[in-house]
Design a protein around this ligand. Structure first.
Ligand code: DP6
Length: 331
């Protein structure tokens, strides 16, 4: 390659309704369990990748700042694409999130999906969404899901080479519009990232085995609830999967407690709102933010209730969003 080759991509963040927590052995980042997620419209990463023969090494600029600390995972992901294209050219990656990075709002999901989308397009690789999902998974498990919009299922797969470990669409968002209110309860990077949290849970939590064993029925309940548009059933399985994941994490040694006090208050508040007839449920990932999923006509009431909770710093509202979008970009 003699000239610079560049492209851009936007990928949205997603949140899991049935959680991914745990990896299989090996270096391919194959999840130990499947997962089901919704892609969010208003939280995204915009990424440009430019392969430049003049570069001696890859470069990463995230939210305007050089981030050499993030290069290991980014370069490893670009290496997969470089191998496919049969080149060794290094790249500059410039990425921007429109939401706080690393605070449990799944910036790695949108970030790695956008990286893979932009990188593949820049190299002229004609990859299917499934192939993009397989590459994105190796950057971050949840990124495999951000290739698709609406309701998405990640299949853990059984092949040792990870070729069947990818996401696929379950239902377009317009078929069952739901809204999400994120209540930010703390800003700043989380203390233990999901990858190391998963490994610690697998190594030391007495409940990790039960987590794995009881996971498949939750996947089935969730698929059924989505296909039947059954909000109550979805609420029940999503809250149960979230709390099981956290229970397994909390019982690890040292303990992984991602909740803060406001998270717990928020969970109580959302359960009360649902008991009083509002269609809303909660989910929480590897950070203290509360994600409330609700019917669109309940959104204002959910937002007002969460915004009024002492300790909530900010609320972010969104509907369901589309999958990966890529574009040409001036090089
Ligand atoms: C709690 O996708 O961040 O958000 O594969 O190590 O990058 P890596 O993990 P990551 O884990 C997400 C964990 C979760 C649950 C979920 O999104 O399913």
């Amino acid at each position: 390659m003699s000239a610079m080759q560049a492209a851009g991509a936007r990928a949205r963040s997603n949140i899991a309704l049935v959680k991914y927590w745990g990896k299989t052995a090996g270096t391919l980042n194959v999840p130990a369990v499947g997962s089901i997620s919704i892609t969010l419209d208003a939280l995204w990463s915009d990424t440009e990748v430019a392969f430049d023969p003049a570069l001696a090494s890859d470069e990463l600029v995230l939210d305007g700042k050089p981030r050499p600390d993030g290069l290991g995972r980014v370069s490893a992901c670009l290496d997969i694409l470089r191998d496919m294209a049969g080149i060794g050219t290094r790249a500059t990656v410039v990425s921007r999130n429109n939401f706080p990075t690393g605070a449990g709002l799944a910036s790695s999901a949108s970030g790695f999906a956008a990286l893979v989308g932009a990188g593949a397009r820049a190299l002229g690789l004609d990859l299917s969404p499934k192939e993009l999902s397989i590459v994105a998974r190796q950057g971050s498990g949840s990124a495999a899901r951000s290739i698709f919009g609406g309701f998405v299922e990640m299949r853990a797969g059984t092949n040792a080479d990870g070729r069947d470990s990818h996401a696929e669409p379950l239902l377009p968002g317009r078929e069952w519009p739901l809204d999400i209110v994120v209540a930010v309860t703390a800003t700043g990077e989380k203390p233990v990232g999901s990858g190391s949290g998963m490994r610690r849970s697998a190594r030391s939590s007495p409940y990790y085995g039960s987590w794995l064993e009881t996971h498949p029925p939750d996947m089935e309940l969730c698929r059924k609830a989505i296909h039947a548009r059954d909000f109550e059933a979805l609420a029940e399985v999503a809250e149960a999967s979230c709390l099981k994941m956290h229970a397994a994490a909390m019982a690890a040694r040292p303990a992984l407690i991602y909740f803060n006090g406001v998270t717990v208050e928020g969970i109580g508040l959302i359960r009360e709102l649902r008991r009083s007839g509002l269609p809303v449920f909660f989910t929480v990932d590897a950070g203290p933010q509360i994600k409330a999923v609700c019917a669109p006509d309940a959104r204002a009431a959910v937002r007002d209730a969460l915004a009024g909770l002492p300790g909530v710093v900010e609320t972010i509202e969104t509907g369901l969003g589309p999958g990966l979008e890529t574009r040409e970009c001036a090089s």
